[in-house]
Every structure is written in C-alpha cells, then in structure tokens.
Ligand binder design. Structure first.
Ligand SMILES: NC(=O)c1ccc[n+]([C@@H]2O[C@H](COP(=O)([O-])OP(=O)(O)OC[C@H]3O[C@@H](n4cnc5c(N)ncnc54)[C@H](O)[C@@H]3O)[C@@H](O)[C@H]2O)c1
Length: 216
C-alpha cells in the first residue's frame, strides 16, 4: 500500500524510518512538510522516497495513496484528519487530536462519516512493558485494581517553540498517562484534578503564564 507522511519533524522522521525499514507492506510515496528543505529531502532519499513536497494536498489529491500518517505539529491534526476523511484516505494521526474537544469530535465524526480507519498514536499500548501490565491486570494476576499510579518523565524539556504549539505537558505527554489509565482500567475517567508549579526552569515559568492565552 502506498502512503503519505505529513510532517517530517522529530516523530515524522521516526515513522518514516520505521515504516521504511520494518513494514515491507507499506511504501511511503510522498512526504509533505511546509518547512521541508534539503535535509528533509536527504533524509527521505535515504529510504528511497523521491517525493518531498511543501503541500499536503499533493498527498490528499494522489489517487495512488491510500493512507496518510499525520506527524505534524498538534495544532494541525484535526484539520488534516478532516481532509484525509474527505479524500477517503485511512489515517494514522499522532496524539493528541486537538486541544479543543469540539474539534476532536468534528475530526472523529468526519472519519466515521467517510468510513475511513483512524488510529491515534497511543504507542504505549503497543509497548511490550505496558502491554505486560495490561495482560497481568486482565488475567487477574494483581487482583481487583483499586488504584492506578502512573509516573512519566520526559527525558529533557522540549524547545519553547515546541511547547507553544504542543499545548504544554498535560496535552503533549501526560495524554499518554490518561490513555494508560483508560487502557488499564478498561473504563472511563470520571474526574480530573490537577495542580502544578514550575519550580526550576525559568523559561518554562514565563511560558506557563502564557499558556492560557495560547489555548482556545
Ligand atoms: N506518540 C508519541 O509518543 C509522540 C512522540 C513525539 C511526538 N508526538 C506528536 O507528534 C507531533 C509532532 O511532534 P514532533 O516532536 O515531531 O514535533 P516537531 O516540531 O519536531 O515536528 C513537527 C513537524 O511538523 C511540521 N509542520 C508544521 N506545520 C505543518 C503543517 N501545517 N503541515 C505539515 N507539517 C507541518 C514542521 O515543519 C515539523 O517538521 C506532535 O503532535 C506530538 O504530540 C507523539
């Protein structure tokens, strides 16, 4: 199957590499990124991908391409899911779908209406360590779960430019913990309480004061 990859940043490159090396059933025909440059072309060329474009429509309008992997920044995901649905292309999209629940529902509804497959990049469900915890819970090996404690850390602070479009750590990273809570419990979360403080990094502290204005 021929696919297109939208967004060739950090995670886009990971997916390009993994798909090219380990998924022989797929061929990445086109990579689209408005900021694509010679480095993007050189990276794609390593994996035999000749088409690098700045325009995602080159993917949506290509009848040979059956599916897209949306790996662009978070603020573009819901728009691209809707475009993929309109173009009738199955869709893998990186998490999260959007910051705004109305836009999340709009994207999911568009996918359902078009009858395309839509998968979100909750990769922990496919990680063998997390999967082992899931299997133990399901097999009753730990008894009836009453408390799930999840602790995650990013290895280093992301660049400030990334934080500005990713929505901050609750959207960007902790969303994996929300997903794991649902996955392990086999149930929905009723209520969320959060408290936070920036105690170390002064640049993040300055940005934290801006986050409410950045988000819808
Ligand atoms: N599932 C995971 O574990 C995981 C890990 C890392 C990132 N992500 C998600 O992947 C997304 C990208 O993260 P990243 O770390 O690669 O960020 P990044 O900033 O390194 O890359 C984003 C890329 O998107 C491109 N881009 C920006 N606007 C675009 C547009 N309109 N159309 C197409 N491309 C556009 C940028 O040029 C850049 O190359 C984020 O939503 C992030 O939450 C998921």
């Amino acid at each position: 199957m021929k696919i297109g990859v939208i967004g060739a940043g950090r995670i886009g490159k990971v997916h390009i590499r993994n798909i090219s090396l380990f998924v022989p059933e797929l061929e990445i025909k086109t990579v689209a990124d408005p900021f694509a440059n010679e480095q993007t072309e050189a990276y794609a060329a390593q994996f035999g991908i000749k088409n690098v474009t700045k325009n995602a429509d080159d993917i949506f309008n290509d009848p040979e391409i059956e599916a897209v992997a949306i790996c662009s920044s978070t603020d573009t995901h819901s728009k691209y899911i809707i475009e993929a649905a309109k173009a009738g292309k199955n869709c893998f999209c990186e998490k999260p779908i959007d910051y705004d629940l109305a836009k999340v529902h709009e994207a999911i509804d568009a996918a359902k209406k078009a009858g395309i497959k839509l998968q979100i990049g909750f990769c922990r469900r496919f990680d063998h360590n997390h999967r082992a915890v899931y299997d133990m819970v399901r097999a009753g090996k730990i008894g009836k779960p009453h408390i799930i404690k999840i602790s995650s850390r990013d290895p280093e602070p992301p660049p400030i430019a990334y934080v500005k479009v990713s929505g901050g750590i609750f959207y960007d990273m902790m969303i994996h913990d929300f997903d794991m809570a649902r996955f392990l419990a086999g149930d929905e979360v009723e209520e969320v309480y959060a408290a936070g403080a920036v105690l170390v990094d002064q640049q993040s502290a300055r940005l934290a004061t801006l986050i409410p204005q950045l988000l819808p």
